[in-house]
Design a protein around this ligand. Structure first.
Ligand code: 1HN
Length: 354
């Protein structure tokens, strides 16, 4: 392997040349070529696990520091230690844990960034997306497409009034890269509900679609993929299908109208590792964020071992080797920038033999 550019001492005459052209906003490509076009990805993002057990007390403390309304979104950002100050969990993705307390409202707004929510803990909260409300249950996967109005609240349910926590995933770093970010606040705190709850799921959630006016195809019309349904699918597969040696039983969430990802920039997955699963190694160029729903196990990422339990979040950087194992039945939700890499034909993955 070639030594990185930083260790190469240019001759003084060359340095003198570089100093002079710098004033003209010119730099010599031959000094940076190797790092600009590496032989393989070397992500500055590092494998990292956030233990919910460690994070949860601070999340609850944040609930005493600031209201959801004042904060706009009360979130502790899961910042990759290899990307300090960038509010990024991978080079292309943002993740955070959001808390909404009983009685609170997170005000309505919209932005060009696409967002997903994966409900981690608690019940009684709702989100409204473009005029339709949905209740959030643990394990539900909810999308907020680019430029969709959205607000959240926690009114409790069935006499239960408790804090609700979810994982947010957004394509913030991608929009920053493209300098394509726009945002707008609503005129009201909570948007007016204009569609009955469940009406979108009735139209699109049963392998059927309306015969007229299905609307745009870029984003999935389904905005809440309920855990009860996805979990049931995995449970059936566990009993009926051969287990994949790398993934266990893994499904991707789809836009039912296209078969593609629910949103154009982010792919999402749910997988079940049967008890005592010992997976083979896998690597891919899409850095991936995992959230543990059920069960315990371990993720060995580039040789570093992370033990996980429910509600933990961990990140596998681009091209890092991942080996998943489980103790009991484990269910993992995950998301990555795979759709854009696929569209650009730059996605690579390797399934290793052991
Ligand atoms: C946002 O709108 C939400 O709607 C969560 O819950 C996190 C992070 C940055 C920018 C906008 C939300 C966000 C966000």
């Amino acid at each position: 392997m070639n030594a990185p550019y930083a260790f190469h001492e240019p001759a003084p005459t060359r340095q003198d040349f570089y100093d002079r052209i710098r004033g003209l906003n010119l730099t010599p490509l031959w000094e940076s070529l190797h790092s600009l076009v590496p032989r393989e990805p070397r992500s500055p993002a590092t494998p990292t696990l956030w233990r919910y057990r460690d994070v949860q007390p601070y999340l609850m403390q944040s609930g005493q520091l600031i209201t959801a309304e004042e904060a706009v979104r009360r979130v502790l950002v899961l910042e990759n230690p290899g990307l300090p100050g960038l509010s990024s969990i991978t080079q292309s993705l943002y993740a955070g844990l959001q808390l909404i307390l009983p009685g609170e409202v997170a005000p309505s707004h919209r932005h060009a960034q696409s967002a997903l929510r994966f409900i981690v803990d608690g019940k009684g909260a709702y989100t409204t997306v473009d005029g339709e409300r949905t209740l959030m249950h643990p394990g539900d996967f909810i999308i907020t497409p680019s430029w969709a109005w959205h607000d959240h609240g926690n009114e409790g349910i069935d006499g239960v009034s408790e804090p609700v926590v979810w994982l947010d995933g957004l394509d913030i770093p991608m929009l920053r890269f493209f300098d394509a970010g726009f945002a707008e606040n609503d005129t009201e705190l909570s948007q007016r509900v204009t569609h009955p709850e469940g009406s979108t799921f009735a139209r699109f959630g049963y392998n059927m679609a309306p015969v007229k006016n299905v609307g745009a195809l870029a984003n999935s019309p389904i905005f809440n993929y309920p855990y009860a349904r996805s979990r049931e699918a995995l449970d059936t597969l566990k009993r009926t299908d051969a287990v994949d040696a790398w993934h266990g039983h893994k499904l991707r969430y789809v836009n039912p109208l296209t078969g593609g990802s629910p949103m154009p920039t982010i792919a999402t997955f749910l997988q079940l590792l049967p008890a005592a699963f010992a997976g083979k190694r896998h690597r891919a160029t899409d850095g991936t964020v995992y959230c543990v729903v059920e069960g315990r196990g371990s993720a060995v990422i580039d040789g570093q071992r992370f033990e996980f339990e429910p509600h933990d979040v961990f990140v596998v950087p681009s091209w890092a080797e991942l080996r998943l194992s489980s103790i009991d039945d484990a269910v993992l939700f995950s998301f990555s920038d795979r759709p854009l890499q696929s569209a650009a034909s730059i996605l690579r993955e390797a399934f290793l033999d052991n």
